[in-house]
Design a protein around this ligand. Sequence first.
Ligand code: DX5
Ligand code: ZN
Length: 223
Amino acid sequence: MNAIIAPSILSADFGNLKDAVTMINESAADWIHCDIMDGRFVPNISFGFPVLKAIKKAALKPLDIHLMIMEPEKYISELHVLGADIVSVHLEASPHLHRTVSSLKEKGIKAGVAINPHTAIMFLEDLITDIDLVCLMSVNPGFGGQKFIEHTYNKIYQLKNLILSKNSRAKIEVDGGVDVSNAGRLLDSGADVLVAGNAIFNSENPHATIELLKKTSRNLSEV
Ligand code: DX5
Ligand code: ZN
């Protein structure tokens, strides 16, 4: 199966947000990755619900919402009303993670759990069969355009083994520092979803870069 490509809108020109969403709509990308930051869980503030609503209105593809906020459970109803498709909450930001995940699923939202680079895969053991996605952070969350952390390959491998051993259907998403140079190895290691911000929006031809990421997956899936 081909990898799912999720361009991160964080690296788009916010003065022309609609153009960025249109570009994704017309591209080979699958999801639109939206990074919500609160200035508490991460040392940066990105955008909130009014902007998310504008993105949703223009989007023809599912919104993959990555909440980098404390107390994410407070916003599930609002996300439901907005029409969120996939929502990832950080394990480090939600002490009652099972309850949060259950609330997302009750609302018909696909539930993801994001983990920081320092968080061990074993903390997902008792939840892996309840979730649809694991967002593996391959940079410390908070900013686009950071350097990919090499240890991520190892974590993908461990996570893949956990998923297989528990018969889970969770997808593995890699977020941070992903580009055309590491996409192949990430997919080989077991990644299903590639998030890319800087590599797409700061490339000369975002359409072509998305195409290239998508092709990388296709080549590997044929091996
Ligand atoms: C980082 C965000 C990422 C970010 C990825 O905290 O979660 O989604 O936008 O951007 P790049 O691909 O530029 O590392
Ligand atoms: Zn993200």
